[in-house]
Design a protein around this ligand. Structure first.
Ligand code: PMP
Length: 352
């Protein structure tokens, strides 16, 4: 059929499974095992449904204001979107508009190459070293933009702002996006660098550390110029991306800093304990500063362990891709969930 020749064809990103079965211990999409801040529930309970008659605030001012205050930056330095996937997709569309290839690691968030393909942006993957670390000299060549997840996914590997600054400094002619989806689990953010580098965009999300994956809130912080360009594209696409309920719930979440610290602290504690037990069971993994651990067993193939876990209603993530096919990404759940998983692994490895 001729019409099919004009179709924009893409191979879509495959998200982790969302099983209907409530008994599953779900450690496959890096969700937060704790509920969102109690203030979010209050917002939902007290919502006056008549407010839904009207369009939402297209500038998302209420949420932009609280985020700007939280990070000590200007309102004009914050952009909000429907999850960081939306923010990243808008950013690719806005900033990666060159004939030169954009650069990102060979092992990283597997949405980057999908957006690049969708928008016809040329790209060149840069191989991580044998410890899954970035080689900064790979990012010191001509390019049409750079995107780096820090900490990286699915490896969990974290680089310091000082290290990333060398890459940013070496690339004044392209936009550098640092995807900090997992920064709140022990890493130091690059946000303080946005006033120094006009071409630096830092992207974060409410999905992990704020336990609001279902609400879909992401945001970007950068120079006023970058944020203006992003808004120009957003308003050329859809003025009302974020709905009224989400704006209020997001703002309520940011208001409770203490709860945020409490749940992220708890997840870090559980992660450190999980690392210890995984090592004792013969797993190896790069050190993680995220809410997941990317682990391989010294003698048992990942696919076998993945299948055994799945049969027992424990879901983790596994990719049949070069260099990482022997690793599983295990999200950090509650202490109880992790105990069940680790006890299962201990028995499974013993009896196998
Ligand atoms: N960036 C990275 C590195 C991620 O792992 C994820 C989660 N899949 C996202 C961005 C997107 O998260 P969200 O759209 O829920 O904010």
């Amino acid at each position: 059929m001729y019409w099919e020749e004009n179709v924009r064809r893409v191979v879509p990103y495959v998200a982790g499974e969302q099983p209907q079965n409530k008994n599953v211990i779900k450690l496959n999409t890096n969700e937060n095992p704790y509920p969102p801040a109690p203030e979010v529930e209050r917002v939902l309970r007290e919502l006056n449904h008549d407010t839904l008659r009207k369009y939402p605030d297209p500038d998302v001012s209420e949420l932009v204001n609280v985020l700007a205050k939280r990070y000590g930056i200007n309102n004009e330095q914050v952009f909000v979107g429907i999850g960081s996937d939306d923010v990243l997709a808008m950013s690719f569309l806005t900033f990666f508009n060159s004939d030169k290839p954009i650069l990102f690691p060979d092992i990283t968030y597997s949405f980057y190459d999908v957006w690049a393909d969708l928008y016809r942006i040329p790209y060149e993957c840069q191989p991580l070293d044998e410890n899954f670390c970035i080689r900064k000299e790979d990012y010191q060549k001509e390019n049409g933009g750079i995107v780096i997840a820090n900490p990286n996914a699915p490896t969990g590997v974290y680089e310091t702002p000082g290290f990333l600054e060398e890459i940013i400094k070496a690339n004044p002619n392209s936009v550098v996006i640092i995807d900090e989806a997992y920064i709140d689990f022990g890493g130091e953010s690059c946000v303080p660098l946005i006033d120094k580098y006009e071409n630096l965009l830092v992207v974060q999300t409410f999905s992990k550390s704020r336990a609001l994956a279902g609400m879909r809130i992401g945001y970007a912080m950068g120079s006023k110029k970058l944020i203006k360009y992003l808004n120009d594209v957003k308003f050329s696409f859809n003025s009302y991306t974020m709905n009224t309920v989400t704006i209020k719930a997001g703002a309520a979440s940011v208001a409770n800093e203490e709860y945020f610290r409490q749940i992220t602290g708890k997840i870090i504690e559980t992660r450190e304990h999980t690392k210890k037990r995984l090592s004792e069971l013969g797993f190896i993994f790069p050190d993680s500063k995220t809410n997941f651990i990317f682990a391989a067993h010294k003698s048992v193939p990942a696919q076998e362990i993945f299948d055994a876990l799945r049969e027992n209603e424990i879901y983790v993530r596994h990719w049949n891709k070069p260099r990482i096919e022997n690793y599983m990404r295990i999200s950090i759940g509650t202490d109880e969930e992790m105990k069940t998983v680790l006890d299962f692994l201990e028995n499974y490895l013993k009896e196998r």
